[in-house]
Write a protein that binds this ligand. Structure first.
Ligand code: S3P
Length: 428
C-alpha cells in the first residue's frame, strides 16, 4: 500500500495509543508460564504480539482473545507441548529472543522461524549465553533463524555480564534462568527496558555503576490479571509531530512512562519541546500518565550514548525532530540501530537525504544540521518494510510543501495498526 501524506496545517485531538508491544509480549508469555487463568486487558492487536500468541497456542497454551482482552490458561513451567510445526515469530525479534529463552530453558524440542527480516537478524547473541547455560540451541550458520531447540540435561546458573545493552538479550537469559535450580545472574552496566524484571518481580541489586538481576526456578510466576498501558514508543511519533507542526495540540491519555523507556521525553524536553506529563498513576507494576504536546522551538542536542538503549526505538523519529532544531545535533553510540527490523541508521539516512535534510552518516550514528525553517522536499519514501521507518517518514513528510508518499505503508501494523487512521484524525 502507498500512503499519501499531504502537508499538514495542524495536528489536534486525543489519541488512544496502541497497547504497549513489549509489555503485551511479556504478559502473554508469563501468563502461559503460570499455572492458572490470567486475563490481559488492552492486549496489543498489532502483528508482533499476535505472533507471540500464535506461538503459545502451538506450544499447547489454551487462550481466548476477544478484541483486546486475552484470557490465558497457563500450562506451568514444564507444561509446554512439542509443537507440530515450526513456531512462526513473523517479524518479531522480541518473540524470537524471549520465547527462545523460554523454550530453550524448558527444553521443548521445536524450531523458531521468522520472516525475511527476522531471519537476517543475528540470534548469536542469545545462542551463546543460552548454550553456556546448558540449553540445546543452534541456528543457521550458528547465528540466524531457523533456531533449533532441543532437550537438555539441566540448566546451569551462569553469571553473565551483558555484552550489549539489549532488553531482549537480558530477558532471554533471565527467562531461561527460570528453569535452573541455581540462580542465573545478569549484570547490566547500561540500563535497558526492565519490563521483564518488573512483571516477574525478579530480585536485583546495585552492582558497580549498574545492577545485577537474578532468576531461578524458585521465582514464582503467579497467574494474574494484567492491563497493558499505551505504548510510549508509539507516543514518540506524536511527541515529535506535535512539536514540529504549528498550531498542534495532541493529547495521549494512559501512556506507559516506565523510566527505562522514556529517554525520548527527556531528550525532546532538553531540545525545548513543549510536552506536559500529568495524572501519574500505575497499571500493575508499570507507571502511566497523560501526555499533552504543543509546538515548541527546538534546539539541537548532542545525545549522551548512555541514553541510547533507553530510546532505541524512538531514535528514528528523534532524528526527524533534529532536522527542525536550530543547529547541529549528534547521535553516536547507536550501532545497535543497524540490527533492527532493517538497518535503521542506513534507512533513516536515505529517508532524511531524500527529504533534502543536511546530514552525515557515521558507522555508529548520524550528524544532523537542522533548521526551524527546513521544508522537506515532497518525496517518495521507502519504508524498508519497517514500521518505525514508515511512521518516522510520515512525521517528516507532514512538514513538507507538497504531497509525499510512503511505500509499503501497511508495515505499520507490526506495532501500530491504526497509525494512518490516527494521522488522518489528528490532521482533520
Ligand atoms: C524490546 C527491546 C528492544 C526494542 C524492541 C523491543 C523488548 O530491543 O528495540 O523493539 O521488548 O525487549 P533490544 O533490547 O534488543 O535493543
Amino acid at each position: 500500500m502507498i500512503q499519501k501524506i499531504d502537508p499538514v496545517k495542524k495536528l489536534t485531538g486525543t489519541i488512544s495509543l496502541p497497547p504497549d508491544k513489549s509489555i503485551s509480549h511479556r504478559a502473554a508469555m508469563f501468563a502461559a508460564l503460570s499455572s492458572g487463568k490470567s486475563i490481559i486487558r488492552n492486549f496489543s492487536q498489532a502483528a508482533d504480539p499476535q505472533s507471540t500468541l500464535a506461538c503459545l497456542v502451538q506450544l499447547g497454551v489454551d487462550l481466548e482473545q476477544k478484541d483486546s482482552v486475552v484470557e490465558i490458561h497457563g500450562v506451568d513451567r514444564d507444561g509446554f507441548r512439542i509443537p507440530e510445526n515450526p513456531l512462526d515469530c513473523g517479524n518479531s525479534g522480541t518473540t524470537m529472543r524471549l520465547l527462545g529463552g523460554i523454550v530453550a530453558g524448558s527444553g521443548v524440542e521445536c524450531t523458531l522461524v521468522g520472516d525475511e527480516s527476522l531471519s537476517a537478524r543475528t540470534m548469536k547473541r542469545i545462542i551463546e549465553p543460552l548454550t553456556r547455560m546448558g540449553c540445546s540451541i543452534d541456528g543457521r550458520d550458528g547465528a540466524y533463524a531457523p533456531l533449533s531447540i532441543g532437550i537438555h540435561s539441566g540448566i546451569k546458573g551462569i553469571r553473565y555480564p551483558l555484552p550489549i545493552a539489549s532488553a531482549q538479550l537480558k530477558s532471554a537469559v533471565l527467562l531461561a534462568g527460570l528453569f535452573g535450580e541455581e540462580p542465573t545472574e545478569v549484570i547490566e552496566a547500561v540500563p535497558s527496558r526492565d519490563h521483564t524484571e518488573r512483571l516477574l518481580g525478579l530480585q536485583s541489586e546495585p552492582y558497580g555503576s549498574g545492577k545485577i538481576i537474578r532468576s531461578s526456578r524458585s521465582d514464582l510466576i503467579p497467574a494474574q490479571n494484567y492491563r497493558v498501558p499505551g505504548d510510549f514508543s508509539a507516543a514518540a511519533f506524536w511527541m515529535v509531530a506535535g512539536s514540529i507542526v504549528d498550531n498542534s495540540g495532541i493529547v495521549l491519555p494512559n501512556t506507559g512512562m516506565n523510566p527505562s523507556r522514556t529517554a525520548a521525553y527527556y531528550i525532546l524536553g532538553e531540545m525545548g519541546a513543549d510536552i506536559n506529563v500529568e495524572n501519574h498513576s500505575t497499571e500493575g507494576s508499570e507507571p502511566v500518565a497523560d501526555i499533552t504536546i504543543r509546538p515548541g522551538s527546538l534546539k539541537p542536542i548532542q545525545l549522551d550514548p548512555k541514553l541510547i538503549p533507553n530510546c532505541i526505538d524512538e531514535l528514528p523519529v528523534i532524528m526527524v525532530a533534529m532536522c527542525f532544531a536550530d543547529g547541529t545535533s549528534i547521535i553516536s553510540g547507536a550501532e545497535e540501530l543497524r540490527h533492527k527490523e532493517t538497518d535503521r541508521l542506513a534507512a533513516m539516512h536515505e529517508i532524511l537525504a531524500s527529504s533534502g535534510a543536511e546530514i552525515e552518516l557515521n558507522e555508529d550514528g548520524i550528524i544532523i544540521h537542522g533548521s526551524p525553517s527546513f521544508v522537506p522536499r515532497p518525496s517518495q519514501y521507502a519504508s524498508y518494510h519497517d514500521h518505525r521507518m514508515a511512521m518516522a517518514a510520515a512525521v517528516l513528510a507532514s512538514r513538507s510543501s507538497g504531497i509525499s508518499e510512503i511505500l509499503d505503508a501497511e508495515c505499520t501494523a507490526i506495532s501500530y495498526p491504526e497509525f494512518w487512521l490516527h494521522f488522518q484524525k489528528l490532521a482533520g
